[in-house]
Write a protein that binds this ligand. Sequence first.
Ligand code: EPZ
Length: 420
Amino acid sequence: MEKIIVNGVKKLRGEVNISCAKNSILPIIAATILCPESIVINNAPMLEDVEVICKLLRELNCEVDFSKIDDKLKINTSNINPIDANTELIRKMRASFLIMGAMLARFGYCKLSLPGGCNIGSRPIDLHLKGFKLLGADIIMGYGFVEVKTKKLIGNRIYLDFPSVGATENILMAAVLAEGTTIIENAAQEPEIEDLARFLNKMGANIEGAGRGKITIHGVKDLKGIEYTPIYDRIEAGTFMIAAGITNSTIKINGVNEEHLRPVIEKLKECGLVFSEYKNNSIIVDGSRIKKAVDIKTLPYPGFPTDMQAQMMSLLSVTEGTSVITETVFENRFMHVTELARMGANIKIDGRTAIIEGVPQLTACEVKATDLRAGAAMILAGLVADGQTEIGDIYHIDRGYVNVEEKFRKLGADIYRIDV
Ligand code: EPZ
């Protein structure tokens, strides 16, 4: 079993390069099922989650080749088998469920095991299925599986009770080859949705309004193979911004889209970080000033991202004053609180709200990554904790951060991975 060791207290310096967005490349890989031609995805981050969805496509008889030399992912789904996808892989990573919309559009059929919930919440799929049903699919559920089938998908108007990222993406992929026009209302507006739509439109789809609350999809007959480069990972970039703040350091981050990070940058400015020299997708982050307690409410984009909540909690744990974090997106995304408390953080939970009293110093100890972003929060806390922090269950972290300890080490952190 692997652990990450972080020796505090360390300042950071230098620059870090951000990888392509995990939450962009996963739906884009799923969308390759829509087109029986070769597709090349550039700058592919070989994350655990990317490997899982690539393995799933290989199991379905697709050609999937990753070239380590130039980080190009080559995919050809022309010989895909529309058989039941491997249940174990679907359960291992819920994002695999994103292949359902594309399989339904291409074959009129798909049967997948119900995606597992995970630590942060029940992760239902009712909105995905509502969209498929409104497009004309029959839904059969039972024995841990969900089966969708249709003779033909017909465009329709679909209102999402919640702007679900996954449901928006799955329905978008189902609609691109449907007959007629589909309108998704109260759609998710995350930058990764816009990126998926840009990818599909480059393949020949006809999608308008992605990135806003109403998306219109005019069905087309077929799509063509392309080469594409997904956007940068705004959550990885935000994580390193907080690394500068928590260690009172100044670093340069390469691979930032300021617009995509607006809610995070504005909140970090309120907390006392200074941002400058934003050009060519790079930005200087000065975290050397005294920090101020701030209140945060996580919301769907363009609100403050839930995927940055745990990392912010690490920063606010050592920021003088009282901060309040309200998690409105997932029902159980405070498991990192107990881990931070082990390090001396003073946090009280009241339902979906955490009240954080900043302490002068955290102390190192053994902690666990309770989910992907909580793991990143543990690394951030370890950078400023007195002593050696040992982080277990780091498979969570590898799902979303490429060579995480290498990137921090290059910034001057005393961090390494051990096999125990
Ligand atoms: C995506 O998950 C991201 N994952 C998550 O990132 C991110 O936290 C989340 O969006 C919110 O931004 C990927 O893109 C692979 P949702 P997703 O559907 O699509 C409810 C990370 O750390 N809901 O927007 O599963 C659900 O219960 C991961 O990178 C329904 O009620 O998120 C939740 O409360 C974690 N019915 C809320 O919507 C549905 O059918 C948000 O879920 C679907 C969702």
